[in-house]
Design a binder for this molecule. Structure first.
Ligand SMILES: [Zn+2]
Length: 214
């Protein structure tokens, strides 16, 4: 799955698990956590394979224990944001070492990226996420001149980086040249542009607020 789907579905799952606390949900953190397991792409040089321990429940549970101890239930939506990356996204589109270190087997439906299923899931997720953001007013909040929105710069950077070179399995850039050839390419590229646009405008609005305070 591309960062597009990971981020969109992280938002959906986090809101679902936040329950009444969705108003306090810090969207920039949700979007960053959504793609954090793919940091293992940078560990390739150290002999770490993609979709292994950083895509396991146990690894993230251990990392989250201190936060769970301090912030209790408020941490759950953020934990869900990171876990859905591999227990939902990469599980449906790919396969992961879900139960490392107890099992070194890969689990997942192992469907392929850029399939109708994958693109439908990613673009559908984006539409659903936008729908939720619209109705719970997150969209208005994220697009208004608020200092907190400056943090959207980090997910913006992650998404742009994934589009340029380190996208989960293939960079988005070559796909741009085929946009006219296939609806699937067009859908996935346009989806990326819409999300990157939202993150960029939000971060820019945050910067405006920061600028005002000087
Ligand atoms: Zn992944």
């Amino acid at each position: 799955m591309f960062f597009l789907g990971h981020m969109a579905w992280a938002y959906i799952w986090a809101v679902a698990f936040a329950g009444k606390g969705w108003r306090r949900l810090f969207a920039p953190a949700v979007f960053v956590l959504a793609v954090l397991p793919d940091l293992d792409l940078f560990l390739w040089d150290f002999g770490v394979e993609h979709h292994t321990f950083m895509h396991s429940l146990f690894f993230w549970l251990v990392l989250f224990v201190p936060f769970l101890a301090v912030y209790r239930l408020r941490v759950i939506p953020y934990f869900v944001a990171v876990v859905q990356h591999f227990a939902f996204g990469d599980f449906l589109v790919g396969e992961v070492m879900l139960f490392w270190p107890f099992s070194f087997s890969y689990f997942g439906l192992n469907t392929v990226m850029m399939s109708v299923f994958d693109v439908g899931l990613e673009v559908g997720g984006l539409l659903l996420a936008f729908g939720i953001m619209y109705f719970n007013s997150d969209l208005r909040r994220l697009l208004s001149v608020k200092r907190n929105n400056v943090w959207m710069f980090f997910p913006f950077l992650a998404l742009v980086a994934s589009m340029l070179f380190f996208a989960v399995d293939l960079p988005i850039l070559p796909l741009v040249y085929h946009i006219g050839q296939s609806r699937l390419f067009a859908g996935i590229v346009l989806g990326h542009l819409v999300l990157v646009g939202l993150l960029a405008v939000s971060a820019f609005q945050g910067l405006r607020k920061l600028g005002d305070s000087f």
